[in-house]
Design a protein around this ligand. Structure first.
Ligand code: KG4
Ligand code: ZN
Length: 338
């Protein structure tokens, strides 16, 4: 019912996040602890390292989320990165949530009127998906990446351009691109000859690397330093990369809309979510396309596009309502079976 209160825990990539959400969609608390700083130093997500970083902050993150939601009566001295242990201790049901499903469904938290079926473009560091969501749990994949995801291309490009990775490569690149001329470097749009809805970003990554090398851009000097000699050359590469990376999204989405309308003529919405959906240029370009095709774009606010606990809690709520959950685990479940 509407007095449902759900704790969502998200640790699948480089952020440790938790949130408490009510059945009616009210967000009671939201806490995110980023490992971007750590990753900037080591150049990517090393699973072992990420796991250790999660375990260092998870107690704190969950405790904060519960406190902000005024759920202080729960004492969380135990290893709370194991949601099963919490569920066992407090004798509450548990829902396992698929990360990408959560990215898509959080759109239904903010947009109460968003009904199935809808089309979803999910763009993150590891995934690039076009999904036709018929109903809760009924998803048809229209397209995926055959190599890298767009977020990976943003991150590598940012790194090669010597940008400050501490806030994440995507946001840094988006900012620099605003200063550049998007027509200055001629990158080709991937997979033009493939008339499907799949994606490819590995080739574009290579094009960018070659462009940087051939221009002798000195990426040893950090972009932030004053009077940086090739700031404008780097901005041109950033802008040109972004234009083509997003053109690829536009082309695939345009085709996916046609496919989706053939399968489900009642589709009215394209949801765009995942970390890269927090990019303003991405949002603007896709909004234009979607309007041109007579549909509506639904894009969660940036804090709900990047990894967060709210989307996990909300997806838990959606499944719980339809009776799709596991019973509380035994309270004293041994550590190694979790
Ligand atoms: O969904 P997400 O937070 O984590 C994964 O599940 O991967 O997505 C992270 C990705 C990273 O590649 C990050 O650089 C990218 O989203 N990203 C952006 C922006 N903000 C985050 N890419 C482009 N522009 C942004 N503003
Ligand atoms: Zn994600």
């Amino acid at each position: 019912g509407e007095d449902l209160v759900v704790l969502g825990i998200e640790t699948s990539c480089d952020d440790t996040a938790a949130a408490v959400v009510r059945g009616n969609g009210e967000i009671l608390s939201q806490v995110v602890s980023s490992q971007a700083d750590l990753l900037a130093r080591y150049g990517g997500v090393a699973p072992k390292m990420a796991e250790e970083a999660h375990s260092q902050v998870i107690d704190q993150v969950v405790q904060q989320a519960l406190e902000k939601a005024k759920l202080t009566e729960m004492d969380l001295s135990l290893g709370v990165h194991k949601a099963r242990k919490i569920a066992g201790k407090f004798n509450i049901p548990i829902v396992g949530v698929h990360h990408m499903e959560a990215h898509a469904l959080v759109a239904r938290l903010m947009e109460e009127e968003l009904r199935f079926p809808f089309l979803a473009l999910l763009i993150s560091g590891g995934h690039n998906l076009l999904i036709l969501a018929h109903d809760l749990g009924q998803y048809v994949q229209l397209g995926t990446t055959i190599d890298d995801a767009i977020g990976e291309a943003y991150d590598k490009t940012a790194r090669w351009l010597g940008l400050d990775m501490r806030r994440g490569g995507g946001p840094a690149l988006e900012e620099l691109a605003q200063e550049g001329d998007a027509d200055s470097v001629k990158f080709s749009v991937p997979m033009k000859q493939h008339k499907d809805c799949n994606f490819s970003y590995a080739g574009l990554k290579t094009q960018v690397r070659l462009a940087i090398e051939s221009r002798n851009v000195n990426t040893e000097i950090p972009i932030s330093s004053a009077n940086c000699i090739d700031r404008s050359a780097r901005a041109d590469i950033a802008a040109s990369f972004q234009r083509v990376a997003v053109l690829h999204l536009e082309e695939r989405c345009e085709r996916a809309i046609e496919w989706a309308l053939n399968l489900e003529p009642s589709v009215k919405v394209l949801v765009v979510s995942g970390g890269v959906a927090s990019n303003k240029y991405v949002r603007t370009r896709l909004d234009e396309l979607v309007k041109k095709k007579g549909l509506q774009l639904v894009c969660p606010p940036p804090s709900l596009c990047t990894d967060n606990g709210v989307m996990v809690a909300w997806t838990g709520i959606e499944h719980f309502r339809l009776g799709r959950f596991d019973p509380p685990p035994p309270p004293d479940e041994p550590e190694d079976t979790v």
